[in-house]
Design a protein around this ligand. Structure first.
Ligand SMILES: [Zn+2]
Length: 409
């Protein structure tokens, strides 16, 4: 055996067994020797070579089973204690896919700060208003402004209470009328105390007994926004695809530093993603009123890896996630989740290859510059999905999505 032709790097090549098979250089790999206890110098080289290859793969599999996975962010071993079990689509938006062993808590917190929190905020008060079923915990109460400038506390059960503090005195025939309002009993009682000092004829006990909970006036409406700008949503979508790819393929397609860079540039100017307002071209499957979808698929000829994310039936974005720079091996992963039914319905979906492969993925759908059409789209999407769900729950008319969508930056 001559000098070892093994490259100086160690580690990464061993993670790709398919590259090792049939390469004579494997013989020089120290790990191969460690794992092959049967090895001795008397075998013919060819036999030895195949033995070593097989043994090395077996040893590798054993090693992988024994060793804890490493965080794809910082590289530290992931243990039970620090495994973030990150939700691929945030829990606050009803996501339930949370694979183990991908990133540590610390790195997950970083992703939350730079990408996921903005995505959650983009949906504003809607998850509470329509009470999206969560994987963990409950939707939090929200303070919402009304069109008439009042503030309302919104509970996930749909109840609302005005929380503005009011102390208004008007003169009426034979005395005064005092109107008191507060968002909690403590403030309300303080105001009553003040009123009974100002107007000794007022009995605070009777007044408190007559107090009633008020929501919003008949002619008022909740102001509910949705921010669909790349700044708000694209980072969280890239993160979801990145986690999904690791979960499904074991490969990340971009390392941590690249991921952070891509998040940054996508938030900045939209990058290669588009608003696929009619859904992913070529995707076949049933209507799910409120669902999540993540789809990654290769265009074999160009090698472009196309990714698509749909969140709560409202947000539909996708485009070129990565490129192979030429023909590539087929990759196809489809995930579809029915949020209201809490069921995985991936098997009901498939892709029309002709339609999919024929798209010009850099021009499909709408781009961030198409502000007016995007506003129109999101207004009607909010009406068709969220407002409908709200009305199905309570059948009131005091919510409107019209004019509520924010324009992209
Ligand atoms: Zn980490």
């Amino acid at each position: 055996m001559g000098p070892a032709p093994w490259p100086t790097r160690s580690g990464p090549a061993a993670d790709r067994p398919e590259n090792l098979v049939g390469q004579g250089r494997l013989l020089a790999h120290p790990r191969a020797r460690d794992d092959n206890t049967e090895r001795n110098g008397h075998h013919p080289v060819d036999t030895l070579r195949s033995n070593v290859t097989v043994c090395n793969e077996m040893g590798e599999a054993k090693r992988r089973a024994a060793a804890p996975p490493k965080c794809r962010g910082c590289g530290s071993p992931i243990t039970k204690e620090n495994d973030s079990e990150a939700h691929i689509i945030p829990n606050a938006l009803g996501g339930n896919l949370k694979p183990k062993g991908i990133i540590c808590r610390e790195c997950n917190t970083k992703l939350d700060a730079i990408a996921d929190n903005a995505l959650i905020e983009a949906f504003g008060d809607w998850p509470t208003l329509i009470d999206i079923p969560r994987d963990r915990g409950h939707n939090p109460p929200r303070i919402v402004n009304t069109r008439q400038g009042r503030r309302v506390r919104l509970e996930p059960d749909g109840s609302m209470s005005a929380i503005d503090v009011r102390y208004e005195v008007t003169e009426v025939e034979g005395g005064h009328s005092v109107e008191i309002a507060a968002g909690n009993w403590k403030t309300f009682r303080q105001l009553l105390k003040r009123a009974s000092k100002d107007f000794p004829a007022l009995d605070p006990i009777v007044a408190e007994q007559n107090a009633r909970k008020v929501g919003i006036d008949d002619d008022d409406e909740l102001k509910l926004g949705f921010d669909f700008s790349p700044e708000a949503i694209f980072g969280g979508l890239i993160t979801a695809i990145w986690l999904f790819l690791i979960h499904r393929t074991g490969r990340s397609f971009m390392d941590w530093d690249q991921l952070l860079q891509v998040i940054n540039s996508m938030q900045d100017h939209g990058g290669t993603f588009r608003y696929l307002v009619d859904g992913l071209p070529g995707l076949r499957g049933p209507e799910i009123p409120i669902g999540h979808k993540i789809i990654v698929r290769c265009v074999p000829e160009s090698g472009e890896l196309i990714a698509y994310v749909e969140i709560l039936g409202i947000l539909r974005v996708g485009g070129v996630f990565a490129g192979a720079g030429g023909p590539a091996k087929q990759i196809e992963h489809i995930y579809a989740y029915d949020v209201l039914e809490r069921s995985d319905r991936s098997r009901e979906f498939s892709i029309d290859l002709q339609k999919f492969n024929q798209q010009n993925w850099r021009e499909v759908g709408l781009g961030p510059d198409d502000a007016e059409r995007l506003r129109d789209h999101f207004r009607s999407a909010l009406g068709a999905v969220f407002v409908r769900r709200y009305k199905e729950r309570f059948s009131p008319s005091d919510v409107a999505a019209e004019g509520a969508a924010s324009s992209p930056a």
